[in-house]
Design a protein. Structure first.
Length: 501
């Protein structure tokens, strides 16, 4: 059995691949360019505060949920406490608030309260959400292990119901929002995930909240990723931090070794890269192995819009927003950064997690969408101005929040950190700051099957990570690692099969 595997990147996907490969009896080593695991699932210290750059909520926390099995296998759930709320998210505009309740029946009542004039479309949306809530997502065990009757049961409980919701698949959240007269309901439809998201994806998201299967893991991103790292190491896996990979060395259609940034060479039988997809294809492989699915995706799929993340350490606790994924606040007057007109912000209060701040204080995060090219041009032309502009923009956004929603916020700020799209690219290598890869647009979801884990033209090289699944996120990354481990397991069985001659 060819059992040595070298994995590039100790993020969710890389560690997941490592866990499942170790469980199959492979010897794996992970090479990570940073000094800690996580990739984009990360957080950082500023004084006595911990600022989290990733987790707002996690899907699959309810026993019986297919994703619950995945997190159990990766060691995430052991001794982990989850913070939950009856409200998934809130939207605020001009003194009015809309609460997106996790339970669909309560959400219907809230939408009718806010906008009785939209009753007809609200009822249509409610019926679709109700139907989506009864869909059983395919189990994560390998389909090949199931009997014909098990497969038929999954077909009737998943694929057929989804087919009846096809009209929702083909429309984006942005387009669908225009069916509503009330601006708050328009905000909700566009803000549940992204504007280009297929509405079917949003319905599936609400099915998770309706099953009480979303929550925030106390300790945040660092504790979350450390648990997976501990599971991997307990299975015998090895991680080398501060060791990036410069290039892959190929012979006869196979990778034979990796050239590491520290000057060393590492050999293996199989290779997995869980790093940024654009980096893999254009840099690591030098553009010599174009993959049709990804070439189509980078040209035609909308990527996640980059973000400016403003993290605040507050000198005192504030009243809870009472929502898991924060509150989106529409500004009465937009903030302008060149061509970037910022007219809203997602504010997330983390006062419920005592691990992130000293006693009596708390962390508040503010997220706004922005454009990568604006920050890239500024950074390359004048790094000093780039730093000043980050702080100026953060102060102006805080000022808008004070005016429209949160009086006295500026006076509570004890520590501030601002991460631009350039920050994400420098730290994680993510292409153009697209922090979750491709948006789950109708086009992206319809063509997602073209994004392959196995690199065509190279016998023993695989990709893992959220770029392989439009919508990205932690579940997608973890599942991709599991899928790669299964592919390598099958390829090894074929390689080791006895000759027929």
């Amino acid at each position: 059995m060819k059992n040595r595997v070298a994995i590039i990147g100790a993020g969710i996907a890389g560690l997941s691949a490592g866990v499942y490969l170790q469980r199959q009896g492979y010897q794996t080593e992970i090479y990570e360019m940073n000094e800690a695991p996580g990739g984009q699932c990360t957080a950082w210290k500023r004084g006595r505060f911990t600022f989290d750059g990733c987790i707002h909520w996690l899907a699959g926390i309810a026993p019986g949920d297919p994703m619950h099995t995945l997190w159990e296998e990766l060691g995430v759930l052991e001794n982990t406490q989850f913070h939950t709320e009856p409200v998934y998210m809130k939207f605020y505009r001009g003194g009015q608030t809309l609460s997106v309740y996790g339970h669909i029946d309560e959400l219907r009542k809230e939408m009718l309260r806010v906008s009785p004039e939209d009753k007809k479309e609200i009822e249509r949306f409610y019926k679709a959400a109700k139907k989506a809530s009864h869909i059983e997502i395919l189990q994560i065990e390998q389909i090949g292990k199931k009997s014909f009757f098990q497969k038929w049961r999954e077909l009737t409980k998943t694929i057929i119901p989804i087919a009846t919701l096809y009209p929702w698949f083909s429309v984006t959240a942005k387009k669908y929002s225009l069916k509503y007269k009330n601006p708050l309901l328009q905000d909700m439809m566009r803000g549940l995930f992204t504007k280009e998201t297929s509405m079917l994806f949003n319905l599936i998201l609400l099915s998770w909240t309706n099953r009480n299967s979303v929550g925030y893991p106390l300790g945040g991103s660092l504790e979350f990723i450390r648990r997976i790292e501990e599971k991997y190491k307990a299975l015998g896996g090895k991680v080398y931090y501060g060791v990036g990979v410069k290039q892959a060395n190929l012979e006869g259609g196979r990778i034979v070794s990796l050239a590491l940034a520290n000057g060393k060479i590492t050999e293996a039988d199989h290779f997995v890269s869980s790093t940024d997809a654009h980096f893999i294809l254009s840099k690591l492989l030098g553009g010599k192995y174009p993959q049709p699915g990804f070439e189509n995706a980078f040209h035609n799929f909308p990527m996640f819009q980059p973000i400016l993340l403003i993290s605040l350490g507050l000198s005192q606790k504030i009243e809870s927003f009472g929502s898991l994924s924060g509150i989106q606040i529409a500004f009465t007057e937009p903030v302008k950064f060149k061509e970037n007109v910022i007219d809203r912000a997602l504010v997330h209060s983390l006062g419920f997690d005592p691990s992130l701040s000293p006693k009596g204080k708390q962390v508040l995060s503010i997220t706004v969408e922005t454009y990568f090219s604006l920050w890239e041009n500024l950074y390359l032309s004048n790094p000093a101005t780039y730093k000043l502009e980050k702080e100026r923009l953060a102060r102006e956004i805080i000022s808008r929040l004070e005016k429209d929603f949160f009086p006295g916020l500026a006076g509570m700020v004890e520590k501030m950190d601002v991460a631009s799209p350039i920050t994400w690219t420098h730290y994680t290598g993510v292409y153009r700051g697209a922090h979750e890869g491709f948006q789950p647009s109708p086009t992206a979801l319809q063509n997602a099957h073209l994004l392959k884990h196995k690199i065509e033209g190279i016998e023993n090289f695989y990709m893992a990570g959220q770029w392989l699944t439009p919508g990205g996120g932690l579940p997608a990354a973890a599942l991709s690692g599991r899928s790669v481990a299964a592919l390598i397991g099958r390829s090894s069985v074929i390689d080791d099969a006895p000759s027929s001659s």
